[in-house]
Ligand binder design. Structure first.
Ligand code: NAD
Ligand code: ZN
Length: 356
């Protein structure tokens, strides 16, 4: 088991490993002696699969089971959870524990950020994608007019990442989440990318030790970027590599149609193609495509360019309607660049020819 410290807001620990959950009791005691009560918010599927382990390891005074996945990130669920927190008598020294994937973490984090103007929370991520979402303090729920449009920055007090949850995660969710691990390698660490390409050849037989190592590296990279720019004024935007085009594909497919990480992979290949034209990037794209296709990723989108363009213009990273892209000058060296529409169309066409 390993412990990292994320230096953003109040520095907080991330504990990663098999049986990490066994340590949560001590974490809560260490947080401060004055935690008055705890409310566990848990994804219903996770609760079904891991009920015994949860009751054995997590000390909670009250529990609220959330609809699985994205269905938790609504105003209706938020209101129910606020009601539950009030009925349970949570006060400003209480603690929320979020146990589930990124959706649970986002809803629970937003609840913690806003209940009595902010109480503490601990993230207990249960998906691969949540190695990314549990760290960094972004919390949000969706509005019918836009995903993540109501949210806040609120750092967790700790992250307890027990890899034994991942055994019940469907392969498609593993693939989706792993796209963000690959993203962390692309933006920060050439050697890490090489290691991934060597060791990750099939998600069904992924070596557990290597998986834990890769998740730890991903969290470390995210933590370092966030520590430098907690509120996304500048370099935190690099974490959006692959997300401008990727988010547009995700929105076009209807959220829930294609999974987030599946779209991010398409967006990353797009951003690499764009980088090859806009920067000095030298990158073996053929080798990369062979690898990701063998892992089951798709790398092109059926969406019409005009639709994607409209969606990309809504991206939160844009300032005054310019489309800004995170590109790579090298693996590990991202830059932000404004790109004009004609170039975006050309690269969309290139992707259609190159992708699978
Ligand atoms: P998710 O939370 O929607 O979970 C995916 C599915 O897996 C759900 O059906 C869930 O019930 C199930 N599940 C979760 N853990 C499981 C387990 N251990 N075993 C079996 N099934 C399990 O998906 P996700 O991919 O973890 O997160 C996606 C969400 O994260 C999106 O809402 C996205 O906006 C958000 N996100 C937030 C940030 C951030 O910085 N806050 C970053 C990236 C993504
Ligand atoms: Zn993402």
């Amino acid at each position: 088991m390993e412990q990292l410290i994320i230096r953003a807001g109040n520095d907080y620990p991330v504990l990663i490993g098999e049986k990490a959950l066994g340590k949560i009791r001590q974490f809560i005691l260490d947080l401060s002696p004055e935690v008055t009560s705890t409310l566990l918010l848990i994804d219903e599927t996770v609760y079904q699969y891991h009920k015994d382990m949860i009751h054995e390891s997590i000390p909670f005074d009250d529990i609220h089971v959330l609809p699985a996945g994205e269905k938790a990130k609504t105003f209706a669920v938020y209101e129910q959870v606020m009601g539950k927190a009030l009925e349970s008598g949570l006060d400003r020294h209480s603690l929320i524990i979020a146990c589930g994937g990124g959706a649970t973490g986002d809803l629970a984090g937003f609840t913690a950020a806003t209940y009595m103007r902010g109480i503490r929370y601990i993230q207990v991520p249960t998906t691969i994608l949540a190695h990314d979402s549990a760290v960094g303090g972004k919390t949000a729920i969706n509005h019918p007019l836009g995903k993540n449009m109501t949210g806040s920055f609120h750092q967790p007090s700790a992250v307890v990442y027990d890899s034994s949850f991942l055994r019940t995660l469907p392969e498609r969710e593993i693939r989706s989440g792993f796209a963000e691990v690959i993203k962390h390698a692309l933006i920060a660490d050439h050697d890490f990318l090489q290691e991934l390409m060597k060791h990750v050849t099939d998600f069904k037989t992924l070596d557990q030790d290597f998986l834990q190592y890769a998740l730890k590296k991903g969290i470390q990279i995210k933590g370092e970027v966030v520590a430098k720019d907690e509120r996304e004024q500048n370099i935190r935007a690099f974490l959006n590599f692959g997300h401008t085009y990727g988010h547009a594909v995700e929105a076009w497919s209807g959220y829930g149609g294609k999974l987030h990480g599946e779209c991010v992979m398409i967006g990353m290949v797009y951003a690499i193609l764009l980088s090859q034209r806009q920067t000095e990037l030298k990158f073996d794209l053929d080798g990369f495509l062979v690898w990701v296709h063998s892992l089951g990723y798709e790398t092109k989108a059926a969406a019409p360019f005009e639709e994607l363009l409209k969606l990309m213009k809504n991206d939160k990273k844009n300032l005054k309607h310019h489309i800004r892209f995170v590109l790579l000058e090298e693996v590990g060296k991202p830059v932000l660049k404004k790109i004009d529409q004609e170039e975006l169309l050309q690269v969309h066409r290139l992707l259609q020819q190159r992708g699978e």
